[in-house]
Design a protein. Structure first.
Length: 205
């Protein structure tokens, strides 16, 4: 079993090292900064199933690090929640296949509301309908799942999570997000205590 677990770690690490990095990452960061920090819009993230769970994490992490973001469930969007979207927002849509029906429908609904809404897409299939609809497409590299059936989202969701981290940390760096600002957003819990301690240490230097 240890050998199996080691092989899983190795395969996922190899997949991570092969994420196709290109200029689209900085373009995506700059697009978010333009819409959120200059135009005062927000990031709206959406995905279905496991991709949606990753999307919710990306949205909350962005929000906690100075970039207002909201997770929109694609099915709930069809029942009124689309109203959260405003004209200066930017959408981050996540689908490994790039063919998820609810996400494809969400594009049409969002553009019917505001035709100029820009789309950042995270997918394993840049040639899919979702990938082709994107203003900026970030590919996972489409690695094989480590699931023995080759079906369960495992490696693909790891890629999505890390791509989200790349965007979050890159945006934090570009906007100069400080420990003081972090502490304002994290009052409770261990992170709140740590943030205030770091803030105090910074002020004493």
């Amino acid at each position: 079993m240890i050998e199996l677990l080691q092989s899983i770690i190795k395969r996922e690490a190899e997949a991570l090292s092969n994420i196709p990095l290109n200029d689209n990452y900085e373009k995506a960061m700059d697009l978010v900064i333009e819409h959120v920090h200059h135009r005062r819009g927000k990031v709206v993230v959406s995905g279905m199933g496991k991709a949606g769970q990753i999307g919710a994490n990306i949205a909350t992490t962005l929000a906690s690090t100075g970039t207002p973001a909201f997770f929109l469930h694609p099915s709930e969007a069809q029942h009124g929640d689309l109203g959260i979207v405003q004209p200066d927002d930017v959408l981050i849509l996540i689908s490994n296949s790039g063919k998820t029906r609810e996400i494809i429908e969400l594009i049409d609904l969002a553009h019917n509301l505001y035709s100029e809404l820009p789309l950042i897409v995270i997918t394993g299939n840049p040639d899919s309908p979702l990938g082709k609809a994107a203003d900026i497409c970030l590919s996972t590299g489409n690695p094989a799942e480590v699931c023995p059936l080759g079906m369960t989202p495992t490696t693909s969701t790891t890629m999505m999570t890390v791509i989200g981290d790349l965007l979050v940390v890159g945006i934090m760096t570009k906007i100069g997000f400080t420990i003081e600002e972090y502490a304002k957003r994290h009052h409770g819990g261990y992170l709140g205590v740590q943030a205030r301690a770091k803030q105090s240490n910074t002020e004493q230097l």
